[in-house]
Ligand binder design. Structure first.
Ligand SMILES: Nc1ncnc2c1ncn2[C@@H]1O[C@H](COP(=O)(O)OP(=O)(O)O)[C@@H](O)[C@H]1O
Ligand SMILES: N[C@@H](CCC(=O)OP(=O)(O)O)C(=O)O
Length: 253
């Protein structure tokens, strides 16, 4: 039977477990789950974390709020990020590869074909593509996006079965439940307009796009009949548990 495809988007917040360091434990947690699901699912990862990785090792002589400083940090941190993935995944028998993409790559037929061809060869040969924005040439995601839109565009291009966006909440909560300080997850939804009404302005410590960018990503996926799952990536085994419906998360169909 053909394997199902999962596109997993993981942000800096989850990867650092809300600290200032990339968490080897979280990367190992991802690897353990991918290895456990290897017979049934193939994985493509969209991972942020390049800037967070750089900040672990260097301090540049500039204000890091400037976009071009963030770009430089991403350039320094990306190879470290990949090294950490590599080291942890190798021990679990998983191979990794790096793909750097930007929105404009999704606008031209030839570059789209190139992406699909490359990634299909990688996946077929049991290499897990780890995608990030090419931050030297593009600034969309470091400015606004959380890599959520890049993940959705990639999910559609690669015709995945499920887009999983890992974040730091148990999916999307109702506005009222947040207000009452007793967050309640909206478990299943297909009307994105009604969902938008539940979204607040707040963002996590490393976050840029908030829940809004995840809903926009879900809209892109939905238009291609791909389900989006918004899952709490801070939990150990969050993919396995979501697949078994053992944790609360939001499924957008
Ligand atoms: N209705 C909602 N339910 C859950 N979280 C929400 C909601 N509205 C806004 N948020 C905020 O969105 C944040 C997640 O987005 P973001 O900070 O960009 O995280 P990430 O780095 O995982 O992409 C949550 O931590 C929360 O502060
Ligand atoms: N591409 C950059 C940042 C992208 C971004 O802002 O994403 P996120 O960490 O999900 O809020 C990086 O890898 O650090």
């Amino acid at each position: 039977m053909a394997k199902k495809r999962i596109l997993l988007k993981i942000g800096s917040n989850t990867l650092t477990k809300e600290t200032n360091h990339i968490s080897r434990g979280k990367i190992e947690d991802l690897g353990v789950q991918i290895a456990a699901l290897n017979e049934e699912y193939e994985f493509i990862i969209v991972s942020s974390g390049a800037i967070a990785a750089a900040k672990q090792f260097v301090k540049l002589d500039n204000q890091d709020k400037d976009v071009f400083v963030k770009q430089a940090l991403a350039s320094i941190g990306q190879p470290h990020l990949m090294r950490i993935y590599n080291e942890n995944f190798k021990d679990l028998g998983l191979n990794t590869s790096q793909c750097l993409l930007s929105y404009s790559d999704f606008e031209k037929e030839q570059t789209k074909k190139n992406i699909v061809n490359t990634i299909n060869v990688l996946v077929k040969n049991n290499y897990i593509p780890i995608i990030n924005e090419n931050d030297t040439v593009a600034t969309d995601e470091i400015r606004f996006g959380d890599n959520d839109k890049l993940a959705a565009l990639t999910a559609v291009l690669l015709n995945v079965d499920i887009l999983i966006i890992a974040t730091n909440t148990n999916g999307i909560y109702t506005k009222e439940s947040i207000h009452n300080e007793n967050p309640e997850t909206i478990k299943l939804v297909s009307d994105l307009k009604s969902l938008e009404k539940e979204i607040g302005e707040s963002k996590s410590s490393h976050g840029t796009g908030g829940m809004q960018s995840k809903i926009e990503a879900a809209a892109i996926a939905k238009a291609a009949s791909i389900e989006t799952w918004i899952v709490n990536g801070l939990n150990d085994n969050f993919i396995l548990k979501a697949l078994k419906d053992e944790i609360p998360f939001t499924k957008i169909v």
